[in-house]
Design a protein around this ligand. Structure first.
Ligand SMILES: Nc1ncnc2c1ncn2[C@@H]1O[C@H](COP(=O)(O)OP(=O)(O)OP(=O)(O)O)[C@@H](O)[C@H]1O
Ligand SMILES: [Mg+2]
Length: 555
């Protein structure tokens, strides 16, 4: 009996015994049965454990499937590689574009056998030794940034991200920044240059008029004048490029502005080229500086003319009109500024000349980029500066040998059209007309004095606002006009003007600066100075402006 119980207790269910025993044996049977019951219970527990394990496995599989689905959606490519270069996992939405083989099994199939593939394999070798690797890989038009890192327990994990757009965006931004800092530099140089040119041009034009000059001397002087004018033309382009050249904003009819230039334009185009025009007579006005608009048209016409040079059937067309553009369409413009969609007035200049390659087109607005001659290449840079300054856009359409169209878009203004004052004054000053010239540049003061005195005015000068206030405050009513430079040490033009206006609100001030009128007049609240004269001015411009301001009331 005891033996049976022992056998059963150890799980030998085939053991049998007989029932011929005592009470002790009953106790032993009970004990054996208890053990048996326990054994059965633990069997049940392990069955349940197996079930739980199974359930966990199912959940794990579902989790893994979800994770894989997510990984496949990644805008990248992710792979793992085992010890023998076998690809163990491959995920990401970029797989089809990135891998050389549609279903790569080994590393070599990931990027093929070319130099890129070899570089990648080398990268994995180094990563397997514990060094994280980063490399750029070009696949067709796309650039991928790849990083490979060691995996714990051997092998590596690689990640490739398509950075084509990000890189292009960064390049665009860098380009825009480069142009901007060039603009600041150009503006600074042009500003200082202008003061010097006032000296050269002004002195030359005073001298040229002297009656006692020998023919030879006059010719030399005229050459100085011509050279200085060319230099001032260059500074004008530089200033325009830097966005510092915006002087007199009025509303204008673009068709009228361009058609008034036609004679000049005809003279500037190549003799063999035919110039045709289509002017829209119903344009809404644009707010612009007319001198700068002319500069834009002139620069574009010169380029068109250069492009058709040597052709027997060269054609240049100037067109004006209105277009409604969506924000989306404006994204294509070359000015890189964000512009709101809406109605734009445009002037387009089209030629059938040699056109541009995409590479030339990308660089055409860079200062000093020219396919013509060294030292040139400011034309389009100036156009860009001016158009930006007018919150406009530029659309360029060009292909090699198929010609070029450049379209300048300007926003429609809400102000009424400015009636240009046609009658130019032809007055000569009288000695009782006292003019106070305030400028920190001796050269400029000197030329202004000589020009104005030669026209009959009485001239006083001051080197800055402080000195000007000393002279002027003694007898404010003595001066009919104050010519004020904008930037001066100690006390600048704006401050001086305000100090004067506080004492005598109707003080007549002609502001002059190498910078733009916008910068200058922004500093004046309410009514500012009577007029603005951009530097460098010529003797005629100075006299014209002064005479106009001092014109008798009844004129
Ligand atoms: N209408 C056009 N047709 C073909 N190429 C053009 C045209 N307009 C501009 N380009 C290209 O863009 C370059 C830059 O033009 P941009 O007007 O700035 O300088 P430029 O004409 O060479 O010299 P600059 O205008 O200073 O005398 C030109 O050299 C030319 O290669
Ligand atoms: Mg040009």
């Amino acid at each position: 009996m005891e033996r049976l119980i022992t056998e059963l207790a150890v799980g030998n269910f085939s053991a049998r015994g007989d029932l011929s025993g005592s009470g002790d044996q009953i106790d032993a049977i009970v004990a054996g049965l208890n053990m048996l019951a326990e054994d059965l219970a633990s069997g049940e527990a392990s069955r349940r454990r197996a079930e739980q394990l199974n359930e966990l496995n199912v959940r794990l599989d579902a989790g893994r499937a979800r994770m894989e689905a997510v990984l496949h959606q990644l805008p990248a490519v992710v792979w793992t590689v085992g010890r023998h270069d076998e690809i163990t996992e491959l995920y990401g939405s970029g797989v089809a574009r990135f891998t050389a083989h549609p279903e790569p099994n080994v590393l070599q199939e990931l990027l093929g056998n070319g130099p890129e593939g070899e570089a990648l394999v080398r990268g994995h070798r180094a990563a397997a030794k514990g060094e994280t690797q980063r490399l750029d890989v070009e696949r067709g038009e796309h650039v991928w940034s790849v990083s490979v890192e060691p995996l714990p327990g051997g092998g590596c994990v690689g990640v490739a991200v398509d950075v084509t757009e990000t890189r292009a965006e960064a390049a665009r931004r860098e380009h825009a920044q480069k142009l901007e800092s060039l603009g600041v530099l150009a503006g600074g140089i042009a500003h200082d240059f202008n003061n010097l040119l006032v000296g050269i041009l002004g002195n030359a034009s005073v001298l040229v008029g002297a009656p006692e000059l020998k023919v030879e001397t006059r010719r030399t002087l005229q050459q100085i004048e011509t050279a200085a004018k060319r230099a001032s033309e260059l500074t004008r382009q530089l200033l325009a490029y830097s966005g510092k050249g915006r002087f007199l904003i009025r509303s204008h009819d673009l068709s009228a502005v361009v058609s008034e230039m036609l004679d000049l334009l005809r003279m500037s185009v190549a003799k063999t080229a035919r110039l045709s025009t289509h002017f829209d007579g119903d344009l809404l006005p644009v707010e612009a500086d007319v001198t700068q608009l002319r500069q834009v048209v002139m620069n574009l016409i010169t380029n068109a003319s250069d492009a058709v040079e040597g052709m027997s059937d060269g054609r240049i067309e100037i067109r004006t009109g209105t277009v409604g553009l969506s924000d989306h369409e404006l994204v294509a413009d070359e000015t890189l500024d964000e512009l709101p969609g809406g109605d734009y007035v445009y002037v387009a200049i089209r030629d059938n000349g040699r056109g541009m390659t995409p590479a030339q087109q990308r660089r055409m607005f860079e200062p000093f980029f020219s396919t013509k001659a060294p030292g040139r290449g400011l034309g389009m840079a100036a156009v860009l500066g001016i158009v930006r300054g007018h919150s406009g856009a530029l659309l360029v359409d060009s292909a090699p040998d198929a010609g070029t169209e450049v379209r300048v878009l300007l926003p429609v203004a809400d102000a009424p059209l400015h009636d240009p004052d046609a009658s130019f004054p032809n007055q000569i000053g009288s000695a009782s007309d006292r003019v106070l010239v305030v400028d920190d540049e001796e050269l400029v003061r000197d030329v202004a004095r000589r020009v104005l005195e030669s026209a009959g005015y009485t001239v006083h000068t001051a080197v800055d606002g402080v000195e000007a206030m000393e002279v002027w405050s003694r007898r404010p009513d003595r001066y009919r006009l104050v010519i004020l430079d904008m930037t001066m040490p100690r006390m600048g033009g704006a401050e001086t003007y305000e100090a004067m206006a506080a004492e005598q609100p109707d003080v007549l001030v002609l502001l002059t600066s190498g910078y733009n009128e916008q910068d200058a007049t922004n500093r004046f609240a309410g009514s500012g100075p009577a007029a603005f004269l951009p530097k460098p001015w010529t003797a005629d411009e100075l006299l014209g402006q002064v005479a106009e301001l001092l014109r008798p009331e009844d004129d």
